[in-house]
Write a protein that binds this ligand. Structure first.
Ligand SMILES: [Zn+2]
Ligand SMILES: [Zn+2]
Ligand SMILES: [Zn+2]
Length: 337
C-alpha cells in the first residue's frame, strides 16, 4: 500500500496511522477520498470517526449520515459475544488487515457490496473464536469465516510449518477468501464458466473428493509447473482463489514500490533483474509485462530479506501457465472497472 502524506507536516503516513508519527496530528482515513485527513484541520471538516474507533482502533472516518460504522467495519457480521481480551486483541489485527483489503479492492475498481445492501449475495465477515466451537476458515455465498486465532503469530506460524506452507498471513487469508467471493461476481454471475474452465479446470468436480484427496496424498509431483501453490492444485475453485490472492499481492506490492520510486538496474543487464522500474499503475499494461516487473522486484526483495536472515518476501515462482491465469484475472478486473 503506498504511503500517504500528512497535510500538516508533510511526513509520510501509513494508512493505519491514527496519529501522525512526526507532528502528532490526529488522523482519519476517508475511503471515498482515498486519503488520510488531519482531523483537527480544515480537511477534517464534516468527517467523524467510525464508531469502532474506541474499541477496535479503527482509523477510518465517515460522513455523519453514513454511520455509525465505516465501510470496512460494517462488513463484519459476527464477532464473539463476550469481551474476552485475547479474542479482542485478535479482532483488532484482523480488522486492520480487512481495512487494507477494502482499500485495495476499491482502488483497483472492485468495490464490494455489503450484505446490508444485498442480503443474498453481498459480502460479510464472521470472525469467530475456537473458544466456542471449531472454526474452519472459508467462504460460502458471500460470507467469509475467519478463525480469530489466525492473527496470533505463534499459532499461525505453527500451522504454517505443520502444513508446509511457504507463506501464511492474515492479509493473505483475506485475499484468498475474497477471491472466492469474486468468483461469484466475475465468473458465475457473469456467465464466464467456459473461459474459466479452459484455464482452471471444471469446478463441478466434487469438492469433498478433492479435499479428501489433497489431504491424503498431497499435490501432484511437478505441480510447480502449472500452479502457484500446492493448495491451488486441490480444486479449480482453490486455484482461482490462490491466483486471485497472488494478483492482489503483486498489485499492492508493485503499487507500494512504484510510490517509493523504486527501480532495479542490476545486478546485470540481461538477467532476470535487469533494468526494471515498477509502475504503480498497471491498469494499461498487459499482465505479461506486469509479471516481468514483478519477477525482477521479487527476486531483489527476496535477496534483501535473506540478507536480514528473513524468509523470502515472495516464496513463489510464476511460470507461464500461472501467469496466463493471473492475466485472465487482470483482464476481468480491468473489465469490471
Ligand atoms: Zn504530521
Ligand atoms: Zn471502522
Ligand atoms: Zn479457498
Amino acid at each position: 500500500m503506498r504511503p500517504y502524506e500528512c497535510s500538516r507536516c508533510g511526513g509520510l503516513l501509513d494508512i493505519g496511522d491514527g496519529v501522525c508519527p512526526r507532528c502528532a496530528a490526529p488522523l482519519g482515513f476517508a475511503l471515498p477520498l482515498d486519503d488520510v485527513l488531519v482531523l483537527d484541520g480544515p480537511d477534517g471538516d464534516g468527517w467523524v470517526r467510525c464508531a469502532e474507533h474506541p474499541s477496535l482502533g479503527c482509523t477510518w472516518v465517515i460522513r455523519p449520515d453514513d454511520g455509525p460504522r465505516c465501510e470496512s467495519c460494517r462488513l463484519t457480521r459476527t464477532v464473539p459475544g463476550d469481551d474476552d481480551p485475547r479474542d479482542h486483541a485478535h479482532l483488532v489485527v484482523i480488522e486492520q488487515a480487512k481495512r487494507r483489503l477494502v482499500v485495495q479492492l476499491r482502488r483497483i475498481g472492485l468495490p464490494i457490496v455489503d450484505r446490508a445492501a444485498d442480503p443474498e449475495a453481498g459480502l460479510a465477515f464472521d470472525l469467530l473464536s475456537t473458544r466456542f466451537e471449531p472454526v474452519t476458515i472459508g467462504h460460502a455465498d458471500g460470507v467469509i469465516t475467519i478463525d480469530l486465532a489466525e492473527s496470533d503469530d505463534a499459532h499461525r506460524e505453527m500451522l504454517r510449518a505443520q502444513l508446509d506452507e511457504p507463506y501464511r498471513t492474515v492479509l493473505g487469508h483475506l485475499r484468498h477468501e475474497v477471491g472466492h467471493y469474486f468468483w461469484g461476481v466475475l465468473i458465475a454471475r457473469a456467465g464466464r464458466h467456459e473461459g474459466f474452465r479452459a484455464l482452471f479446470g471444471d469446478e463441478r468436480a466434487s469438492y469433498q473428493d478433492a479435499l479428501d484427496r489433497h489431504y491424503a496424498v498431497g499435490a501432484p509431483v511437478g505441480w510447480q509447473e502449472r500452479w502457484v501453490s500446492a493448495y491451488a492444485t486441490m480444486h479449480p475453485w482453490e486455484d482461482w482463489a490462490e491466483t486471485f490472492a497472488h494478483y492482489l499481492h503483486i498489485r499492492d506490492t508493485l503499487d507500494t514500490a512504484g510510490a517509493f520510486g523504486m527501480s532495479l538496474a542490476g545486478p546485470d543487464e540481461g538477467t532476470a533483474v535487469g533494468a526494471v522500474a515498477p509502475s504503480g499503475d498497471v491498469d494499461d499494461e498487459s499482465f505479461w509485462s506486469v509479471a516481468r516487473d514483478w519477477t525482477a522486484l521479487a527476486t531483489a526483495l527476496n535477496a534483501v530479506n535473506r540478507s536480514m536472515g528473513h524468509a523470502d518476501l515472495y516464496p513463489f515462482a510464476l511460470t507461464p501457465p500461472v501467469i496466463e491465469k493471473l492475466a485472465y484475472v487482470h483482464d476481468l478486473v480491468r473489465g469490471a472497472t
